[in-house]
Structures are given as structure tokens and as C-alpha cells.
Design a protein around this ligand. Structure first.
Ligand code: 13P
Length: 252
């Protein structure tokens, strides 16, 4: 049985103090009322060690939002997968469209990052998704398949067990424009079929595929009710504990 997951992606938000306050609030809320899904928060590097420690005995796992495509050495300003792992973080988000677009992360670079993350014992939330222009041309399936082929379909079945896929249509990120539950389900089912073609039906059934893009408490129940949508990767609505909790409650 695949995991149901609600994961936050704080992006470049929250000072250390603000992040500690938000994580503490969330920890207390979820200690009082156990979630029906796995809960992950993705944070900037500076929060990882403190939050991993703070959330050690909680139901919340911590994720980085990136890691380097090099193992170690003279790469000023970079943070390696081994360093992320050493903070106590369990996950790393890779392939986010903002990293692909603003930091020119190519499929090859992402493949290196994925390999290093897995080698260092991290689980990977790997993001894929088409732009508005690509959607208008009906290219969403080809784009998603190419992004999987470019960076993760070389993995062994054993490695694949540590991959979570996040489908995030770029036109829905931070725009308030959500894919309809039907649009999302259609592509999630396609993604699962692509996984089945490479790893077999059983592994595809066990793969969690999250939806991301203006997901909030009001639309999460409908999205999560679809058979191939296993949860969400949440940006804006992960920055306030009640909003994030509202999405977690969609699994009730
Ligand atoms: P929003 O939820 O703010 O649209 O962001 C989605 C996202 O990019 C999560 O990774």
C-alpha cells in the first residue's frame, strides 16, 4: 500500500525563529490530533538541523528543498546531500520547476542530485510538470514522461522505493489556479502508467504521486479523493499551521 502524504514546501520563506515557531505550532497541533497521512515539511537549509531536532519524536519528517550535484569540495555556497542527511533530514525535494527555471537545473544535473541524495540515504520528492504553453499545446504527458526519463527512470527498483513523485503544473503554482481534480487525476494515472512500464505494476501501485499547485484546504478533499492522487506538495498554504492542518485533514 502506498503512503498518503502531505508535504510542505516553504520555499524561501521564514527566518530561523519564524520557522521554529511554525514547526512548534504544527508539532503541537498534530500531537493533539494524529494525522491520517505522513506529514513532511520542506524547509530552507538553515532550518534543517534545528527542526530535525525539534521534530525528532513527532510525526513530522523534515525535507530539504535542494542539494548539490557534487559530493563535496570547492563549490562555494553549495550544500551536499551528505550534509543534508547529517542534519537529521529524511527527504529532499528535487526538480522543482522554480529550480529548473531560475537556476537552470537540467535533467542531467537533476539526475546527479537524485543519485547523490539516494546514495546518502535521503528519500527524494521529485517534481515534474508542464508550463501553461505546453498544456495549451497538449504536451503535458510528453513533458512529464521526459522529465522522469531524464532524471529518475535510470534508478534500480530498490532505489525507486525511495522516490515520491510530485506532479506540479507550473501554471497552477502560486497562481491560485488549481488543476481540476479530473485534470490532475488524468495525468497522475498517466504518470503511474509510465512508472509501471519501467518498474512493473506492483511498484507503480506502491509509488506515492502528490499533486502540487494552489492546493488548499478547500480543494484538497476533492483532489485527494481521486484514486491516483496520494496527497499534496503545498507551497503557500504550508506557511500557516491552520492552513496546512486543513489540508492534512482532507485525509480524514
Ligand atoms: P503553491 O501551493 O503556493 O501553489 O506552491 C506549490 C508548490 O510549488 C509546491 O512545491
Amino acid at each position: 500500500m502506498r503512503k498518503k502524504i502531505v508535504a510542505g514546501n516553504w520555499k524561501m520563506n521564514k527566518t530561523l525563529q519564524e520557522g521554529v515557531a511554525l514547526a512548534t505550532e504544527l508539532k503541537d497541533i498534530l500531537a493533539a490530533e494524529k494525522p491520517n497521512c505522513e506529514v513532511i515539511i520542506g524547509t530552507p537549509f538553515i532550518h534543517l538541523a534545528t527542526l530535525s531536532n525539534l521534530l525528532k519524536d513527532s510525526v513530522i519528517a523534515v525535507s530539504a528543498e535542494n542539494c548539490a550535484n557534487k559530493a563535496s569540495g570547492a563549490y562555494t555556497g553549495e550544500v551536499s546531500a551528505a550534509m543534508v542527511k547529517s542534519t537529521g533530514a529524511e527527504y529532499v525535494i528535487l526538480g522543482h520547476s522554480e529550480r529548473r527555471e531560475y537556476y537552470h537545473e537540467t535533467p542531467e544535473i537533476l539526475k546527479e542530485k537524485v543519485d547523490l541524495a539516494l546514495e546518502n540515504g535521503l528519500k527524494v520528492i521529485f517534481c515534474i510538470g508542464e508550463s501553461l504553453e505546453q498544456r495549451e499545446k497538449g504536451e503535458q504527458e510528453a513533458v512529464c514522461k521526459a522529465e522522469l526519463e531524464g532524471s529518475v527512470f535510470h534508478l534500480t527498483p530498490e532505489q525507486w522505493k525511495n522516490i515520491v513523485i510530485a506532479y506540479e503544473p507550473i501554471w497552477a503554482i502560486g497562481t491560485g489556479k488549481t488543476a481540476t481534480a479530473e485534470q490532475a487525476e488524468e495525468i497522475h494515472a498517466f504518470i503511474r502508467k509510465c512508472v509501471a512500464d519501467v518498474y512493473g505494476a506492483e511498484m507503480a501501485e506502491d509509488t506515492s504521486i502528490l499533486y502540487g499547485g494552489s492546493c488548499k484546504a478547500s480543494n484538497a478533499p476533492e483532489l485527494f479523493s481521486k484514486p491516483d492522487i496520494d496527497g499534496g506538495l503545498i507551497g503557500g498554504a504550508s506557511l500557516k499551521a491552520p492552513d496546512f492542518k486543513g489540508i492534512i485533514d482532507a485525509w480524514k
